[in-house]
Design a binder for this molecule. Structure first.
Ligand SMILES: NC(=O)C[C@H](N)C(=O)O
Length: 333
């Protein structure tokens, strides 16, 4: 059995530049990226390389990522662990979908902020670290992680927090759970790893809208989301879970007719709650589900997975609350 499978999807780690502009849709194959990474710390383990896509991550769709999930699922039957190279722009969403589908399987996602042909690239070291992590016992039950800039971050809660800096990812309140550098692999925390929520073979997810809060927001985006066929809605609230009076009223009306509404905060750190009347308290009283410390983007995918078709149990809210509790993002009932 080969040690690892590398699934290459493109992104800046494979991109070449011309006149200062990067092209992520005409990148180098995974084998070339792997060669450079092997040179960093002399990784000699066996790696089965598969090029599954060759695009910037902003061009990926949910069905594309669900196809990647299936490729990772198949790879896990042939190898001890999976490493995925991926653009950084949507890495936090892909890593989260992988964790919703695969639970505790050892999958490390990485990429770079600098192009393959940069004179001081960060990609080879990031991939070297991901290979070292995924082939180490420490990764065996840690689930999906993002390995980047020497840090090992859990997929749940990971967030791209810098546009260009090589230290591109954080997971406030949740990570890093480990480090990989010249001294080797160190794991110093056990992340909560809920069991899979997505059924094997899922090829698409129901449409879920994301509605942002901003000074003076009214119900226009909510109306547009419902009119466009959304089957659920995540509101990126102010602070600890608040919304404008107009948005609170519109969401309570939706909840009263059984429309799924989930709360997440636009702050980037900490959990949402029902602390204030006129906002979070009213939404939770009407049946909105608070998504703990999940970002609006990860909460959107969680709701979509909880609403996914072909489930015998149709209670999306129960499924979400159970998963959130197992993820350390909600109360245990
Ligand atoms: N650093 C990167 O990989 C950004 C790139 N635009 C991508 O997400 O594919």
């Amino acid at each position: 059995m080969p040690g690892l499978t590398l699934l290459a999807t493109g992104g800046t780690i494979a991109a070449r530049s011309r006149d200062g502009v990067r092209n992520t849709s005409d990148g180098v194959p995974g084998a070339d990226v792997l060669d450079r990474a092997r040179a960093v710390w002399g990784f000699e383990g066996e790696v089965d390389v598969r090029d599954v896509a060759g695009v910037g991550s902003s061009a990926l769709t949910v069905p594309d990522v669900l196809a990647l999930v299936e490729a990772a699922r198949a790879a896990l039957t042939r190898s001890d662990g999976v490493v995925i190279t991926h653009g950084t722009d949507t890495m936090e969403e892909t890593a989260f979908l992988l964790s919703l589908a695969l639970g505790p399987a050892p999958v490390a996602v990485t990429g770079s902020q600098r192009a393959f042909d940069d004179s001081a690239p960060d990609g080879p070291r990031n991939l070297a670290a991901a290979l070292a992590w995924a082939s180490d016992r420490a990764a065996a039950d840690a689930g999906v992680t993002v390995v980047f800039a020497d840090l090992v971050l859990p997929a749940i809660g990971v967030h791209k927090s810098a546009t260009l800096a090589p230290e591109a990812f954080t997971a406030p309140g949740r990570g890093p759970i480990g480090h990989v550098d010249e001294s080797g692999v160190r794991r110093h925390a056990v992340p909560p790893v809920p069991g899979p929520l997505l059924e094997p073979g899922t090829t698409d997810l129901p449409r879920v809208a994301l509605v942002p809060q901003y000074l003076g927001a009214d119900e226009a985006e909510i109306d547009a989301a419902v009119a466009s066929g959304a089957q659920g809605l995540v509101v990126a609230t102010f602070g600890s879970g608040n919304t404008t009076p107009a948005v609170t009223s519109a969401l309570v009306r939706l909840l009263d007719r059984g429309f799924p509404v989930v709360m997440s905060s636009r702050t980037g750190s900490g959990a949402v709650s029902g602390l204030y009347t006129g906002g979070g308290a009213d939404l939770i009283a009407a049946g909105a589900v608070p998504a703990g410390d999940l970002s609006p983007w990860q909460a959107r995918l969680l709701l979509a997975a909880a609403l996914a078709p072909d489930r015998s149990d149709h209670d999306w809210a129960t499924r979400m609350r159970r998963w959130l509790a197992d993820a350390g993002a909600g109360p245990r009932s």
